[in-house]
Design a protein around this ligand. Structure first.
Ligand code: C6P
Length: 408
């Protein structure tokens, strides 16, 4: 049984006050809060067991190495990857995309080739591809977004050509909330001979994901958006591709043998993990995965779906409020603008009421342009949010509108 009040007990920060008001935290798309057990697990390792991984022969080093590799197995199981060789620890979603843009780019992208991104990508899933295209003389193409916030799937078949090497697509938009039909994108791309990177930064905390079912070539996500620590993430890569790709960074752990004449590289996944990893963060990620799994992704999804329906219903009654993105296939990310109210003013006033939301471009400037706005207000909900918090947002927005109207 999913009990939101029981879950809230696990997150001490949710009892905090901001400006003398109970915290209403609705900025989970930027980063979620962490349950105490994740922080406790990490501090236990820092305070009692800390030693570098994959290097020592001593007790503590082995202990941390085992914990690091157990976390890899948990991550593998969480995304249903075939093998731990396909699970590479990174600094986050951005780190994973840059790794692929460099390494896949070195192996497979030539002058005149094409990379296809979509019009709703986060800057992290645009700029690394632009940089690759500049390096290689390749072309960046863009799959358009329809007015309802869905991808223009009809345009996909025209945009995929024999020169398309890779398609980069968000599983869930960090602005519109749209859950993209990634399986259809992957099938179309594969039929055209292209690989696919799915940006799961806004997906893994909301939906069950399965690499076997998706059949993508790469999948990235960040721990800090799924109740884990900052500074850690996962890149899933298809083994056959990873084997053909050169290392991204050089250093310890990614090598087998180093000679001045020639260095040989380590096996997967270590070939892509140069230097001391954030192993305590990785252990924290393993704990976050255990926590999420104990609740059940289906339960998380059901609660968030009910919350989102309630939020859309209540907010739609606010005069002058316009949602951006109206796909029925959407997650708990809700973006909107208020007629005559600047999003940053709204965010500042809501903050005074203890309500944390995000306002601005959401690191998706091309999408803002597509929507014809310079900024939006975004409420992004997590499994610990309540119906009362949604009502608090609704009431807060009414006050924002009233105050800013009085001023004019
Ligand atoms: N979006 C948001 O408020 P990092 O910074 O590497 O953990 O995640 C980058 C990233 C990549 N893709 C998507 C779809 C994302 O939403 C994000 C992060 C946050 O929307 C911070 S800008």
């Amino acid at each position: 049984m999913f009990d939101v009040n029981r879950i809230r007990e696990d997150f001490p920060i949710l009892k905090e006050q901001v400006h003398g008001k109970p915290l209403v935290y609705l900025d989970n798309g930027a980063t979620t809060q962490r349950p105490a057990r994740v922080v406790e697990r990490m501090s236990e390792y820092y305070l009692r067991y800390n030693a570098n991984v994959h290097r020592g022969v001593h007790y503590l080093s082995n202990l941390c190495t085992d914990a690091n590799e157990r976390a890899r197995e948990r991550a593998r199981d969480f995304i249903r990857a075939a093998s731990v060789e396909e699970v590479i620890f990174t600094s986050g979603a951005t780190g994973g995309i840059n790794l692929v843009a460099f390494s896949f780019g070195e192996a497979f992208v030539r002058e005149g080739d094409e990379i296809l991104v979509t019009g709703m990508e986060h800057h992290s899933n645009i700029v690394p591809w632009q940089m690759l295209c500049e390096r290689k003389g390749a072309t960046l193409k863009v799959l358009p977004v329809l007015d309802n916030g869905e991808l223009d799937m009809e345009a996909l078949s025209h945009l995929l050509t024999g020169r398309t090497q890779l398609v980069a697509v968000a599983h869930v938009s960090n602005v519109l909330g749209t859950i993209n039909p990634v399986r259809r994108v992957i099938d179309a791309a594969h039929a055209a001979g292209a690989c696919v990177l799915v940006d799961g930064a806004q997906a893994v905390q909301h939906l069950p994901v399965d690499m076997q079912e998706l059949d993508c070539d790469f999948y990235v996500f960040s721990a800090h958006k799924m109740y884990g620590p900052t500074g850690v993430g996962v890149l899933y890569g298809r083994r056959e591709l990873l084997l053909q790709m050169p290392p991204w960074q050089g250093g310890g752990e990614m090598i087998k043998e180093v000679r001045f004449e020639k260095t040989t590289y380590n096996d997967l996944p270590f070939k892509f993990e140069a230097g001391t990893p954030d192993f305590i963060g990785i252990i924290g990620l393993g704990e976050a995965i255990d926590y999420l799994s104990s609740i059940g992704m289906e339960n998380v999804a059901a609660h968030e779906e009910a919350l989102t329906r309630h939020a859309r219903e209540r907010l739609s009654a606010i005069p002058g409020l316009r949602f951006h993105g109206s796909s029925p296939h959407a997650s708990s990310v809700i973006s909107f603008t208020l007629d005559g109210v600047h999003p940053l003013d709204a965010a500042t006033l809501l903050d005074q009421l203890g309500i944390a939301i995000r306002a601005g471009q959401m690191c998706a400037a091309p999408l803002m342009q597509r929507c014809g706005v310079t900024a939006m207000i975004r409420a992004s909900l997590a499994m610990y949010n309540t119906f009362q918090e949604i009502d608090a947002l609704h009431d807060g927005l009414l006050r924002v509108v009233a105050m800013l109207r009085e001023k004019r």
